[in-house]
Design a protein around this ligand. Structure first.
Ligand SMILES: [Zn+2]
Length: 61
């Protein structure tokens, strides 16, 4: 048996092991994300920005 602390859970945001100072999250970033969800569902957190898919308009025959 490994020395696991009782009540060790995973971050509800990303699933990583939570840190005691940020619990129940793993980092301040996930803490902010969860907070933002509380503030408003429409609020978007600029944490993960998806790149716009470029049009595949360069076909080589
Ligand atoms: Zn996390």
């Amino acid at each position: 048996m490994s020395t696991r602390e009782p009540g060790s859970r995973s971050c509800p945001i990303c699933g990583k092991p939570q840190q005691s100072i940020y619990r129940p999250f793993c980092s301040a970033r996930c803490q902010t994300i969860d907070l933002a969800r509380w503030i408003g569902g429409n609020y978007r957190v600029p944490a993960v920005e998806e790149e716009p898919s470029s049009d595949d308009d360069g076909k080589i025959s």
